[in-house]
Structures are given as structure tokens and as C-alpha cells.
Write a protein that binds this ligand. Structure first.
Ligand SMILES: [Zn+2]
Length: 124
């Protein structure tokens, strides 16, 4: 299934769309359920690494789920002035994050999976 990210016309957040084209259930920035949930997005946004990674923050578990979920949650600390894996690595480095083996692994796993997402988006 191709991933699409839509702009919510109510909260102006970026959220995944469901198969019927509506926005998945989400909250407004203050934590209340957003009335834009399950409604059509105001726009479909071009897929970028940042947009994709932002949608992965609820992943938990083991292996790739753990790495990508952790990276997605950590990435929220570095604003949104980055769109690629390289930009994110630079933003984290500029903030003083040590590019240790774990971080490199997280970034590599995320970059690999995002490449797969892009390839499947191109085929449809
Ligand atoms: Zn919303």
C-alpha cells in the first residue's frame, strides 16, 4: 500500500491517509482528538524522509521497529528544518549528539526502509 501524507485542514498537522483517502485518527497539538480525523485532507503533501519518519513515532518492539521508532521520537527534538537522512544527521550533530554506533544503525535502518517506501510509491 502506498503511503500518502495529507495536510489536515483543521489542525494543520501532517498525517497518514487511510485507504479510503481520509486522514487517520489524530490529536491536535494540545492533545484533544482532532475533528479533521477521518476527513479528507486539505492537500496531499509530497513525501519526504521527514514526513515519513514523523509517522513512525509509534513504532515499538524489536529490531527495525525499535530502531525506527526511537529515531522518529528522537528526531522530534530537532525541529523540522531537515528533509533527508543526511539533514537529520547534521541537525543532531549540530545539537551535540554523539554519532555513535547506535545512532548510525538507527539512521541506516530508517534510510533503508524509506528507500523501500519511495520505490513502492513510484510503482503506483
Ligand atoms: Zn487535524
Amino acid at each position: 500500500m502506498t503511503m500518502k501524507i495529507g495536510l489536515c485542514g483543521v489542525c494543520e498537522g501532517e498525517h497518514r491517509t487511510l485507504q479510503d483517502g481520509t486522514l487517520r485518527k489524530h490529536n491536535t497539538p494540545d492533545g484533544a482528538p482532532c475533528p479533521g480525523s477521518r476527513r479528507n485532507p486539505a492537500a496531499i503533501l509530497p513525501l519526504t524522509f521527514r514526513r515519513w519518519l514523523t509517522t513512525q513515532a509509534n513504532r515499538h518492539g524489536h529490531g527495525r521497529d525499535l530502531y525506527i521508532g526511537r529515531l522518529a521520537r528522537a528526531a522530534q527534538l530537532y525541529g523540522d528544518d531537515w528533509t533527508t537522512t543526511e539533514d537529520l544527521a547534521d541537525a543532531m550533530g549540530a545539537a551535540g549528539v554523539n554519532p555513535n554506533a547506535a545512532l548510525v544503525r538507527y539512521l541506516t535502518e530508517a534510510a533503508d526502509e524509506y528507500k523501500t517506501v519511495l520505490e513502492s510509491a513510484r510503482q503506483t
